[in-house]
Design a protein around this ligand. Structure first.
Ligand code: NCD
Length: 300
């Protein structure tokens, strides 16, 4: 694997291999904190959009494997502010770093970066396109929370139009036999052109209530304010679904609530203490998945 651009690069045996490596990384972090296998290696975090978890977990992953990180987390302080192109920025960072983690506001930019890059590009979110490493950590979390992925009913709720994490996760789940329930406001439906690539049974609805009883996983997402044309159009849909203890009362005792985070009101904090709330375990798993990815991608 040269780059990580899309979930469609992953088949079931690669996922099994990656998740085994992530398990080993969990063990390593818990016992020794990390090791030095990537000593004298350098990655670059190049973020054209805000990030907390993705940028810091990729940085922590590198540090825990003995490497170092160049962090351009605010492109306003780089030559991008002078008008430098993405291509030239990538060519430059490739002279210093062994891999580049890129987040950008435009769909397709990770692929453009990969076409000029001499080092692996990891897509950390390209606009409303994909966020493959989030989907990998989401799926890894599912495998740690359930005995098996096959047979699960997974309800994806929120901004399914603009949310790149659901675009990637729904597609990654093509590797398994699951039922997908898409619940969103009419205007924020999962894109039809992406839905036609899905191999699992899918249903589309605006009504969350009726899906709760059967759902094994409720994957909640933030309404993506930054993708709206006006504040008014965002305000009109932002509180469409709010998960509370009352929502959980309608769900199976074995169900899980997931969220890529950040949340901005769509999951009430009272839910956090319910053992079914898995979103902070997702955060933890993100570190192990990103350590495993660097271990696979960076020659050492
Ligand atoms: C997500 C993203 O950036 O797409 N965040 C993340 O990486 N965990 C989700 C979001 O911003 O809503």
């Amino acid at each position: 694997m040269d780059h990580v651009l899309s979930v469609d690069q992953f088949d079931r045996s690669m996922l099994e291999d990656l998740f085994k490596r992530a398990d080993a990384m969990r063990e390593l972090v818990k016992t020794d904190g990390g090791d030095d296998r990537l000593a004298h290696h350098v990655t670059a975090n190049l973020f054209y959009e805000p990030s907390t978890r993705t940028s810091s977990s990729f940085a922590a992953a590198m540090y825990r494997l003995g490497g170092q990180v160049i962090s351009i987390n605010d492109v306003q302080y780089s030559s991008v502010a002078k008008g430098e192109t993405l291509e030239d920025t990538i060519r430059t960072l490739g002279q210093y770093a062994d891999a580049i983690v890129l987040r950008h506001s435009e769909m397709g930019t990770a692929a453009i970066a990969a076409s000029v890059s001499t080092v692996p590009i990891i897509n950390a979110g390209d606009g409303v396109g994909e966020h493959p490493t989030q989907a990998l950590l989401d799926l890894y979390t599912i495998t740690t929370e359930f005995e098996q992925v096959d047979g699960l009913t997974i309800t994806l709720v929120g901004d399914l139009k603009n949310g790149r994490t659901v675009h990637s996760l729904a597609q990654l789940l093509n590797n398994f036999d699951v039922k997908l329930r898409f619940v969103s406001p009419e205007s924020l439906q999962f894109p039809a052109e992406l839905a036609k690539n899905l191999t699992n049974e899918t249903t589309f609805s605006t009504d969350l209530e009726s899906t709760l009883k059967d759902s094994d996983i409720l994957y909640v997402t933030r309404v993506q304010k930054e993708r709206f044309d006006s504040v008014e159009s965002y305000e009109a849909v932002k509180n469409s679904y709010v998960i509370t203890n009352d929502t959980l009362a309608h769900m199976k005792p074995s169900a899980r609530i997931m969220h890529p985070l950040p949340r901005v009101g769509e999951i009430s904090s009272e839910v956090d203490s319910d053992p079914r709330a898995a979103y902070f375990r997702q955060v933890e798993n993100g570190l192990y998945i990103r350590m495993a990815l660097f271990d696979m991608l960076i020659k050492h």
